[in-house]
Every structure is written in C-alpha cells, then in structure tokens.
Ligand binder design. Structure first.
Ligand SMILES: [Zn+2]
Length: 315
C-alpha cells in the first residue's frame, strides 16, 4: 500500500469521524492533452451515458456494485480514491447522494470536472406528488431524475459538455455521439407516447418505492407506490389495504415491482387481489446478470415499456 493511499484512508476515517482535513492532491490525467479521460459515476444511467457518449475516449467507472440499491450506497475508501483520481465525476444530485458535498469539500478537486446531473433538471418535490400511500416527511425531491424524458436529454447534454471540455480535440466526435444518444432517447420516448396512448387503466400500482413518478407524469399515468422516495420505509397495514382498494377500484390486473426491491409487498397484494406481478426497472442500478449481459439504459427503458404496455393493458 502506497503512502498516498494510506493518507487517503486516514482522511476518510477523519471525515467519517466528523473531522475535516484536506485530501491530498491526486494525480490528474486531465492536465495534459490526453486521448482518454476517466469518468467516475455514481449511478447506472450516468455511467451508461458516459460510456455511450464518451466512446473510446472515456474510461467510465460505475461506483455502485451490481445489484446494490442506489439508496443504500455509501462510498467505500477505494471509491473515494477513485473519485479523487477522476478527470470527470458525475453524480445524480443532492437528493440521491447527500454525501457528495462533504466528500468534495474535503478533497483537492484540482482540475476535476464535477457534474451534478440534477443541476439543470426539473425535480419533483415531495409536496407535488404526495399520495395516499405516502406518509413520510415532505422535504425531499424525487431523485429518479433520469426517468424523465426531459431530464434524460439534459443529463446526456451535461455529460457530453463535460467530455467536450476535457477532450476538446475530439469535440465533433463527442457531439456526434451525444446527438446519436439523444436521438435514441427521443425514439424510445416517442414509442412510450404511442404505446401508452390507449390503455385500459392508467393507474400504475407499484409495490415498492416512489421511483416512477417522472415516467407517470410524462405519459399521463397515475402512479401509486407503496413506499416513499427511498425503499427503506415499511408500509403499514393501512397502506396495504389502501393499495388493495386501489387495485380493485381501478380493475388493475397487474402490480409492478423491481428486481432490486423486496418483492414481498407486490406478492402479498397480488395474492390478495389476484393480479399478476410484473417487473419494472428504475434503472438506478442493475443486477449482476444484467451487468454481465452488457445491458444498457435504453434496453431498460424498452423493457419497462413492454411491461407497462402489458400491465396497463394498452393497445
Ligand atoms: Zn430509487
């Protein structure tokens, strides 16, 4: 273990203990014209956009290990080393990664380009979307910003801008890749518009946390989730009874859940009401099999559309 690594880990311990010392300056690749840049990202959509738009010029890293919920993630000492050594660091925003501000404040970020993906995004606040199944505090924003078509385009542009800033000699290649990526997003969201235009129910009942509010708003669905913005809340018996009533009132034939979420709520309600369980993916992270299969954010958007089309009984 090198001395600088030991100092980093000591710094981590001091920060976690409530103290504050500066991280030593990391070696930066971005100070000289270089053919590649390192892009460290927190969540899957950011990682996927960085690798798609950066292509061969970006060495993209995803900090979240496969299968871990973005909501339970905290950076490890080696993650902090990776951030300190990044040319570009991309995170979702203060609602998803409240730890970022403190970590960056304790680091000599030097020439690092820092992208807060929520900086130009439209963010739903809790008050706007409080629903009957949601009884927790009303102070946070919905962090699942990448599921909004509008925000997804903005994030792709912001990641593209950081790459161009870092790799100005490849501006036209990067801008072309960004335009291709945004056009792909446009195509898939047009497919949502068409595919979800005529459905027997527009109520999306989800047995997990409030992750699909942006999709619901964009495509005129009503979204009912068993939990709040973070999957840690335990719904009460009353919450479950309310969900059960909604399923019956709306003649729903499906309840949705996701791979990285406990299926217990969805399975319990499905048993009680006789509906099917279908999988949606909030896309903040992917499981190990999906990771090994090289699945992309666009793939996830497509499979979510297929599930919604089936579960809402659309034409
Ligand atoms: Zn989430």
């Amino acid at each position: 273990m090198s001395n600088s690594r030991i100092i980093f880990i000591l710094a981590f311990i001091v920060i976690i203990g409530g103290g504050f010392i500066l991280f030593p300056k990391a070696t930066h690749h971005g100070e000289h014209a270089s053919d590649t840049v390192s892009v460290v990202t927190t969540l899957f959509p950011l990682y996927d956009m960085a690798r798609e738009i950066g292509g061969d010029y970006a060495n993209a890293t995803l900090l979240l290990p496969p299968g871990m919920s973005p909501h339970s993630y905290e950076p490890t000492p080696s993650d902090m080393l990776a951030i300190a050594d990044a040319d570009i660091f991309v995170y979702t925003g203060p609602f998803m990664e409240p730890w970022v501000e403190d970590i960056l404040a304790g680091m000599d970020t030097g020439s690092m380009i820092i992208v807060d993906a929520s900086a130009h995004a439209d963010i739903h606040t809790e008050e706007e979307h409080a629903d009957e199944a949601d009884d927790h505090d009303h102070e946070t924003g919905d962090p699942h910003i990448w599921l909004s078509p509008h925000n997804a385009r903005i994030i792709a542009h912001d990641i593209g801008a950081a790459l161009v800033q870092s790799l100005s000699q490849y501006t036209s290649d990067i801008e072309n890749a960004r335009d291709t990526y945004v056009a792909t997003l446009d195509t898939i969201f047009e497919a949502y518009d068409t595919g979800l235009a005529q459905c027997e129910t527009r109520t999306l009942v989800y047995g997990g946390h409030y992750a699909f509010g942006y999709i619901a708003e964009a495509f005129d669905l009503e979204y009912i989730a068993a939990q709040g913005y973070s999957p840690n809340a335990e719904p009460s018996a009353q919450d479950l009874a309310t969900l059960s009533d909604i399923i019956e009132r709306e003649s729903a034939t499906a309840i949705f859940t996701s791979e990285l979420e406990s299926p217990i709520i969805a399975e319990t309600l499905a048993r009680e009401t006789g509906v099917n369980v279908l999988l949606l993916n909030p896309a903040g992270n992917i499981g190990k099999d999906a990771h090994d299969a090289g699945i992309t954010f666009i793939d996830i958007l497509k499979s979510n559309l297929t599930a919604l089309h089936e579960g809402l009984r659309c034409e």
